[in-house]
Design a protein around this ligand. Structure first.
Ligand code: AGV
Ligand code: CA
Length: 314
């Protein structure tokens, strides 16, 4: 048997962040070494509680959760952040009335340092929100760079951005925009990055057809959980709006469990740290080489998602 990859997840409490945690826990080729929650696209308390309840309900092994005390430069709209309360309140996560997954006393960035140091092998860092905690961890303990196998990040785009905010030109992706300086900082390191950009996540929108697929299999507890999570967010029907939901983080997470689901190419790029294009990732011959994940096979991806969800609680 091949060895399980050690994966540490830092997420920011959106619906797809929490579904990502759920999926990661079902992968037989992955061991989750720790989880931390940053209050970017969600609120800290419900996102942390929901994470612990997902571990309680759907993990076969113990996983510790840590809260971040990081704050971003450009806050997410509260209309989006509020979704973390919805997932936390789902009956399936509250049936036992308990919350047993251990909560670390350390803030997320210190929890990252501790977990990497306590893990013998190199760790795959999976970030489905901004990079603030990683940037703070490296500032405090630069030596942990050697314990990182690679960073798989949902972030960035070289096409249209998804930030529609005053004083911004719309070229950035939100996870970069929330803390552009953190991303800029990580681009100065030697860490290998798989950048799951909007180019690929645009191919996996939430649609009524996808919802129907999950509804058909709702007799599986895990698939019912998926359907319920995504019942709280708007699908793509006629044309995209500012609130249309994609499976951004879930595709990113799937790319960890099944590398063949996505297509990569190396691009040299940098991050704009301030001004009207802050958070934009740009092609730059003198920039950092990253593995840009720009394409996927949506059918294979959705099939993998359902396969994992069925495994959770048949
Ligand atoms: O830009 C995508 C990132 C992903 O990590 N997040 C959502 C995913 O968790 C921000 C975001 C962009 N558009 C959104 C977002 C929307 N319409 N609703 C909620 N979050
Ligand atoms: Ca996210």
């Amino acid at each position: 048997m091949t060895k399980k990859a050690k994966v540490y997840l830092n997420h920011d409490g959106g619906v797809d962040d929490l579904v990502s945690l759920f999926m990661l826990l079902q992968m037989d080729n992955v061991e989750v070494t720790g989880v931390s929650v940053i209050p970017a696209d969600g609120y800290l308390e419900p996102a942390t509680d929901a994470s612990r309840k997902i571990i309680d309900r759907f993990s076969t092994y113990p996983v510790e959760v840590a809260k971040s005390n990081s704050r971003g430069k450009n806050p997410f709209p509260s209309d989006w952040r509020i979704h973390s309360y919805f997932v936390d309140a789902l009956p399936i996560l509250n049936e036992s009335g308990m919350m047993e997954a251990p909560l670390s006393e350390l803030p997320a960035h210190k929890h990252i340092i501790e977990t990497l140091n306590n893990t013998e092998e190199k760790t795959v860092l999976l970030f489905t929100g901004p990079l603030t905690d990683l940037s703070r961890a490296l500032e405090e303990a630069p030596e942990i760079e050697e314990k990182i196998q690679r960073l798989v990040w949902m972030g960035g785009t070289f096409e249209n951005g998804n930030v529609q905010e005053p004083e911004h030109d719309g070229t950035a992706e939100w996870n970069v925009y929330w803390d552009p300086e953190a991303a800029h900082q990580i681009w100065q390191t030697g860490i290998e990055i798989d950048l799951v950009a909007l180019e690929s996540t645009n191919k996996v929108p939430l649609t009524p057809a996808v919802r129907n697929l999950w509804a058909k299999d709702r007799n599986y507890e895990g698939v019912d959980f998926l359907g319920n999570c995504y019942a709280g967010v708007p699908p793509l029907v006629y044309s995209e709006t500012n609130s249309t939901y994609y499976l951004w983080d879930v595709l990113t997470t799937a790319a960890v469990g099944r590398e063949d689901l996505v297509t990569r190419k190396v691009v040299h790029c940098s991050v704009i740290p301030d001004g009207p294009s802050q958070g934009r990732t740009v092609i730059d011959p003198n920039g950092k080489p990253v593995n840009l994940v720009y394409d996927t096979d949506p059918d294979a991806f959705f099939a993998y998602l359902v396969e994992l969800a069925k495994r959770a609680a048949p």
